[in-house]
Design a protein. Structure first.
Length: 445
C-alpha cells in the first residue's frame, strides 16, 4: 500500500513539474533512475552525476571551510562541520545523508548548494570508488520518499578538470505546495491528492488478497493482546524495554551466544551501546545509521563492543520496506570498503527469515530470534564476528535457536513480545555448559 501511495505521489510530482515547464530539470533528477553510465572526459560518471555547467562557480576556500556556489541556499553549520572534518568513508556518508535529509525538508524547487569535502578529494576522484558510491545512492532512491525524486546529489567537479571531485551539490525540485507531495508522516494514508483527470470510475479493480492476514498474525482462534503503547515517547522507557528483551531473549535463552547480559556482549566482552533515534523518513534513517557507524569507528571495543540502534518510529508496520532499507545498507559494506569495520544484523517486530528453511507450523517460532519490540540495527565489529565464525559454525547457532524457540512456542513468544514482558522465560534459562556453541563462546570470551 505504501509503495502504491509513493508511486502516486511521484506521478503527481511529475505533473506538477511538467506544468511548471521544468521538464529538463526533472529528467535530470528522476527520469534516469536506472544508473545509465556515460563517459565524460575519461571519467565514468552516471549521466545524472556530471558536473553542472549551467552556472559559474564563484566559491573559494577559507580555512578548509566548505563554501557554496553562487546564489547559495543556506545549509546548517553542523553539515559544514561534518563535511570539513570527513576523512573516512563513514564520515563522508554521514555528511552526505545529513545533507540529503536536510534538503528534502528545507529546500524547494530551484534551490541548490555545494559542499566541499577537502579530506575526501582524493578518494572521490577515484572513478571506481565514485561509481560504487553513486551505485549505492541509486539503490537508495528506490526506498526513499524524496531522495532521487525531488532531491538529488551531484558530484561537484572543477569545470576545467572533471576528474577532480571536490564535493557534492544538492539540488531540490520539491514543490512544497503540491497536493500530492509526500509528507514526513509515517502513515501513507495521510497523503492528500488533487483530482486525477485520468481516473475512470467505471474501471473495476481486483483487491482480493490485499488484506489477507500475514503469518505473524495467524494464530487461529487465539486472541492476542493489543500493544498498549506501540512507540513510547520516553527514550528511557524504550531503552529499558529493549534491555529487558536483550537480557531474556538474547542472554538467558542464549539466542546470541556472545551476549552475557543486557550490558555486556562481544569477543572479548565489552559494553553494549543503546541508541534511540526518532527518525520517520528514509533519509533521516540513513543519516542516523551512518552517525552510529562513525561512533563505532571513533572508539575502541573496550568502550563500545557493539551498538544496538533502536528506531521506534521507523517502519513499525512495514517490515518489507524495512528489509529493503536494510538491504541497501548491507550492500554498501563491500562496495564502499566498510566491511573490514562492521557487520550488521537487523531486527523487526514482524521479521521473517528468508533462508528457505521450514517456516510453517512450529517452524514459525524460529522467526522470534529476530523479532524485537521495534525495528533495530545491531552494529557489530567485523573482527569480533570473524573470531566468532572461526569458533562456532553459524548453522549450529541457528539449529539451537530453532529448538529453543520451538519448545516455547509461537503463541507464547508473540504474547511476550506484545506485552513487552518476557518474565515467562524465567524458568527456561539455558545452561551454557550444556550446549557446544555456548561452551565455545565462553572460551573465546
Amino acid at each position: 500500500y505504501k509503495r502504491t501511495m509513493r508511486a502516486a505521489a511521484i506521478s503527481t510530482t511529475i505533473i506538477s513539474l511538467l506544468s511548471s515547464q521544468s521538464c529538463d530539470a526533472f529528467l535530470s533528477s528522476s527520469g534516469r533512475r536506472t544508473s545509465a553510465v556515460t563517459s565524460s572526459n575519461n571519467l565514468n560518471l552516471p549521466a545524472t552525476f556530471v558536473a553542472d555547467k549551467s552556472r559559474k562557480h564563484t566559491s573559494c576556500r577559507a580555512n578548509n571551510t566548505p563554501l557554496f556556489m553562487s546564489a547559495p541556499t543556506q545549509v546548517s553549520d553542523s553539515i559544514h562541520e561534518l563535511a570539513a572534518a570527513a576523512q573516512t568513508t563513514p564520515q563522508l556518508m554521514r555528511a552526505l545523508w545529513q545533507l540529503a535529509a536536510d534538503a528534502s525538508k528545507n529546500m524547494q524547487k530551484g534551490d541548490s548548494a555545494t559542499v566541499l569535502f577537502p579530506g575526501m578529494e582524493q578518494k572521490l576522484s577515484n572513478p571506481k570508488f565514485l561509481n560504487k558510491l553513486m551505485g549505492h545512492f541509486d539503490a537508495c532512491k528506490d526506498v526513499c520518499d524524496n531522495f532521487g525524486v525531488t532531491t538529488i546529489l551531484v558530484p561537484h567537479a572543477l569545470t576545467e578538470q572533471r576528474q577532480r571531485i571536490l564535493g557534492f551539490t544538492v539540488k531540490s525540485y520539491r514543490n512544497p505546495f503540491a497536493s500530492g507531495a509526500y509528507s514526513g508522516s509515517a502513515d501513507a494514508s495521510d497523503m492528500k491528492f488533487a483530482p486525477d483527470p485520468f481516473w475512470d470510475d467505471d474501471e473495476e479493480w481486483d483487491f482480493s488478497g490485499v488484506d489477507e492476514v500475514d503469518d505473524y498474525n495467524a494464530f487461529g482462534d487465539v486472541v492476542m493482546p493489543e500493544i498498549e503503547d506501540l512507540s513510547p515517547k520516553d527514550d528511557a522507557v524504550v531503552v529499558d524495554i529493549s534491555k529487558k528483551w536483550v537480557k531474556k531473549m538474547m542472554s538467558d535463552l542464549a539466542l546470541c551466544p556472545f551476549t552475557q547480559s543486557a550490558e555486556k556482549s562481544g569477543i572479548p566482552l565489552g559494553p553494549v551501546h543503546y541508541q534511540v533515534d526518532r527518525v520517520t523518513t528514509m533519509e533521516d534513517a540513513y543519516a542516523a545509521y551512518w552517525a552510529e557507524v562513525c561512533r563505532i569507528e571513533n572508539v575502541g571495543q573496550d568502550e563500545i563492543s557493539t551498538t544496538l540502534q533502536i528506531l521506534p518510529d521507523f517502519c513499525m508496520n512495514y517490515v518489507e520496506i524495512f528489509e529493503q532499507w536494510a538491504d541497501t545498507l548491507t550492500g554498501t559494506l563491500e562496495g564502499l570498503e566498510v566491511e573490514e569495520l562492521l557487520q550488521l544484523i537487523f531486527f523487526h517486530p514482524h521479521w521473517t527469515f528468508r533462508d528457505g528453511g521450514d517456516r510453517s507450523g512450529s517452524g514459525l517460532a524460529a522467526n522470534y530470534a529476530r523479532r524485537s519490540p521495534w525495528p533495530m540495527v545491531n552494529i557489530l565489529r567485523t573482527k569480533q564476528v570473524r573470531t566468532a565464525q572461526k569458533g562456532i559454525p553459524t548453522g549450529l547457532v541457528y539449529q539451537q535457536n530453532e529448538k529453543t524457540l520451538g519448545r516455547i512456542g509461537m503463541e507464547k513468544l508473540e504474547k511476550m513480545l506484545r506485552l513487552r514482558d518476557w518474565s515467562d522465560v524465567e524458568g527456561m534459562k539455558v545452561d551454557r555448559k550444556d550446549m557446544e556453541a555456548l561452551r565455545v563462546a565462553q572460551d573465546l570470551q
